[in-house]
Ligand binder design. Structure first.
Ligand code: NAP
Length: 307
């Protein structure tokens, strides 16, 4: 069983997006903690065609809480195909919430820091005004509203900058590149809260059926980093962990340099986790601590400079 307190009660949890960066570690964590899990992949539940079919499929299953980690997560693809993004990120979320209500189950919708416009200079709290600046953020916000409108027992959990062992992401990309070349350039003017998918899974368990966890909750690892600082820290830790990276100090670029991207990104989207910590009495790990745990677990098959 994973570290931490023994759950007060084991739960029957459905996880939609079972193969995703977040869904997969969440399922591993919940199983290790003794909960019963119903994993739902795209083959089980195709969210591109929401409607009766979702309700019929879920009516046959037995669960108390459903966590929806699925989404159209490519921010640029959403910009190119807003109609499809709306179907998966908003319409399907609504159908899932209706299906949960019909069963008397609670729904937790995973959402994003991209619902904000990024003009803040301090971590966003749950009550701060939203103002998405791209289709991804806008459709995810519609999904949040649909899920919350459906039942006052539901919860929206916003997270930011997630990485983990189940899918290649920024840490993987930057280490792989730094093994080949010292020439790296990362924007220094974009800020967020880097979050390990494994520490997120751990933290989320504490609010699965928490009676006070309703409405919106921000949940990321603690602290704020610029994209450049995140990159440099990954490389520093990778070098310490024995990877033969050719630099640990990337050049500082700017968000405006990324002219190839279809969607605009909010420049600042760190999250304030104060409500989560007050509610659960649990302090989330600092992003550096969670990142070091991840990199030292040597998730990549890259050459090491020492055995
Ligand atoms: N990653 C981040 O940095 C980040 C930051 C903030 C918020 N979030 C939110 O966190 C949640 C999880 O993200 P993630 O990083 O785990 O993304 P991910 O790895 O892309 O996982 C998304 C999951 O959604 C599933 N999915 C997509 N379209 C589907 C469809 N039409 N029918 C059924 N399933 C479909 C995918 O299935 P397949 O495996 O079959 O493709 C995948 O398992 C999302 O709600 C995202 O908006 C992520």
């Amino acid at each position: 069983m994973a570290e931490g307190i023994v759950p007060e009660k084991t739960r029957r949890v459905a996880v939609v997006g079972a193969r995703g960066r977040m869904g997969a570690p969440l399922i591993r964590h919940l199983l290790a903690r003794g909960h019963e899990v119903l994993p739902l992949t795209r083959e089980d539940l195709d969210l591109a065609h929401p409607g009766e079919v979702i309700r019929r499929r879920l009516a046959a299953e037995d669960f108390e809480v459903l966590v929806n980690t699925s989404a159209m997560t490519s921010v640029d693809d959403c910009e190119r195909d807003p109609a499809y993004a709306r179907v998966v990120n908003a319409d399907a979320a609504r159908e899932l919430a209706v299906a949960c209500r019909e069963k008397g189950a609670r729904m937790i919708q995973i959402s994003t820091d991209f619902v904000f416009d990024g003009k803040s200079s301090q971590p966003y709290a749950e009550g701060d005004a939203t103002g998405p600046i791209n289709v991804y953020g806008e459709t995810k916000l519609r999904g949040e509203e649909a899920v919350l409108d459906c039942s006052s027992a539901n919860l929206v959990v916003r997270v930011s900058w997630v990485y983990g062992p189940d899918k290649a992401g920024f840490p993987c990309w930057i280490v792989e590149k730094a093994l080949r070349t010292p020439e790296l350039r990362i924007p220094h003017d974009k800020y967020g809260s880097p979050t390990s998918s494994e520490s997120f899974a751990h933290s989320l368990e504490n609010v699965l059926m928490h009676p006070g966890a309703k409405g919106i909750l921000h949940l990321s690892d603690r602290g704020v980093a610029s994209w450049w600082e995140f990159g440099r820290t990954i490389l520093e830790i990778a070098a310490e962990a024995g990877y033969s990276v050719k630099t640990i100090t990337p050049e500082q670029g700017a968000l405006a340099d990324l002219t190839h991207l279809a969607a605009r990104r909010p420049p600042y989207s760190a999250l304030d986790v104060g409500r989560y910590e007050a509610l659960t009495g649990r302090v989330v790990p600092h992003w550096r601590e969670a990142l070091a745990r991840f990199v030292f677990s040597r998730p990549w098959d890259y050459p090491l400079s020492r055995p």
